[in-house]
Every structure is written in C-alpha cells, then in structure tokens.
Ligand binder design. Structure first.
Ligand SMILES: Nc1ncnc2c1ncn2[C@@H]1O[C@H](COP(=O)(O)OP(=O)(O)OP(=O)(O)O)[C@@H](O)[C@H]1O
Ligand SMILES: [Mg+2]
Length: 255
C-alpha cells in the first residue's frame, strides 16, 4: 500500500497566514546584448495583514519587485505564490483577473484618467466585475467619503491637489476590496503633510486587515509600517520589524 502521509504538501491558503511567498525569484531584463539583473534569488514571505515598507537606493530593484508582486511582470525564474497559487502557472487572462480582484495599485504619479471625474475614476475597476451600475456608484461614493473627498466627487484630476489625487487613487485601489495594496512611492510627489495623510490612510487599512506594501525612500514614511525590507543591487540586505509604527502627527502605535 502506498503511503502519502510523508509527502510534504504545500499548505492550502486557508491553512496558512501567508499571502505572498517568493522562492528563489530572479528577474533579468533582456536588452539583447545587455542583460540587466533586476532581482537576484529573492526569498520572501509576507503574511496576511502585514504593513511593509520596501526601501533601497535608486535602481536597487524595488519597482521590479512591485511589478512582479502586482502580476504586471513575470520573473525570469523562481516562483511567486499569491494566496497559495503559483502565479507562474497562470495564463495572461487568469493573471489579469487576479490583478483586478486581489490587488490594488497606487503609483507615485497617481495614474488617474484625465478629464474623468474622481467618481468615475473610482468606479472604473468595478466595471470589469458584475456589480450593477447603481451599486458601483454608491460604493465609489462611499470610498471617496472614506478618503475624505465626498465633496470632490465631480472634480477632474487636474482640479484636485496632489494629496487629493492620491486619495482618489487609493479609493480606486480599494474598489474591489482587494486583500493586497501595492504602493510604489505613493508619497514621492507629495509634501510632508499630504504624505502623512496618505500613510495614515494606509495605517487604517492595515488596522482593518488589508496587507499593504509601500515603497519609499524616506525613513519617516517607512516608520509608519511594521516591517522594513531594504534592497541593494537586487538583493534583500535587511528585513526588520518595527515594533512601534508611527501615527500621523508624530504619535506611535506600540503593540
Ligand atoms: N524595463 C526595464 N528594462 C531594462 N532594465 C530595467 C527595466 N526596469 C528596470 N530595469 C533595471 O533594473 C534595475 C532595478 O530597477 P528598478 O526600477 O526596480 O529600481 P528601483 O529600486 O525601483 O529604483 P527607483 O528608486 O529609482 O525607482 C535597474 O538597474 C534598472 O535599470
Ligand atoms: Mg522604482
């Protein structure tokens, strides 16, 4: 009789608190004669509900990592498991469904659709789902209220401040209630006050159990998170927990 008990089985997503697992992940950009190493043999686990900062000098691989985590790009080798599923085995269509349902993106340059109201920008990701129009509109309004922009719903992106644009982008990222928010330098174009507002919003999402990964160059921004991962030349050089994450206005939230 065959015995399967000794076989090591990968735990099902509901049996583990891992949301992200990278195994020996390598990214090489193939520029013909020139091969650029973006990431070298990355091994990394991020648990559900973590609030993580990714830091490192320009060119150290932060955006390369975020693009792979966001299923916008595929690694050259190695594995990326998201919610227990190997993204390397997914078709382009499956990856785009994962992006739409499981991941909310926030970018440094906001990436809002110009000449389109804040409300419509937030509604957009929901149009790929099955929600009826009225429900989509109501949810978009709720999300704008959540980021403090209920009175600005009809404004076009160019009628909003940088901090307000980023808040619309966060509301849009939350449209489909993704378990994971990926933000690549979300405060890079903002002043200190607006940056703190954005980080406070992310802290609130973290309090609700959303997993948030934020790339930043600033220590004061990283200090809002509970874990700081530093990259150099495509490698992780440190991975530390921050026992006392900051809150807006300089307070701390010690566990
Ligand atoms: N599309 C691409 N084609 C070729 N090389 C790339 C590409 N994107 C990134 N690289 C290279 O990969 C390395 C990592 O780049 P990446 O954009 O991940 O850095 P980063 O840490 O996000 O930097 P920054 O802080 O400036 O945003 C760099 O050497 C970069 O030149
Ligand atoms: Mg970058």
């Amino acid at each position: 009789m065959k015995r399967f008990g000794a076989l090591k089985k990968r735990p099902e997503p509901w049996e583990t608190d891992e949301l992200i697992r990278l195994e020996n992940l390598v990214k090489i950009y193939d520029m013909g004669a020139l091969k650029v190493l973006g990431l070298k043999q990355i091994n990394l686990t991020i648990r559900r509900g973590e609030f993580v900062a990714v830091m490192g000098q320009s060119g150290s691989g932060k955006s390369t990592l975020m693009n792979i985590l966001g299923c916008l790009d595929r690694p050259t080798s190695g594995h990326y498991y998201l919610d227990g599923a190997d993204t390397g085995e997914m078709t382009a269509g499956e990856l785009s469904a994962v992006r739409n349902r499981k991941i909310g993106f926030v970018f440094q340059s906001f990436n809002l659709i110009p000449r389109t109201s804040a409300l419509k920008n937030v509604e957009l990701p929901m149009t790929y789902g099955r929600r009826p129009k009225k429900e989509r509109r109501e949810r978009a309004m709720e999300l704008l209220a959540r980021v403090g922009l209920e009175t600005r719903w009809s404004h076009m992106p160019n009628e909003l401040s940088g901090g307000q644009r980023q808040r619309v982008a966060i509301a849009r990222a939350l449209a489909n209630e993704p378990p994971l928010i990926l933000a690549d330098e979300p405060t890079g174009n903002l002043d200190t006050a607006a940056s703190e507002e954005i980080m406070e919003l992310f802290s609130g999402l973290h309090d609700e159990g959303v997993t948030v990964v934020v790339v930043t160059h600033e220590e004061e921004i990283a200090a809002f998170t509970g874990r700081i991962i530093r990259f150099r030349d495509g490698e992780i050089i440190s991975d530390e927990t921050n026992p006392c994450p900051r809150r807006k206005g300089g307070g701390e939230r010690c566990c």
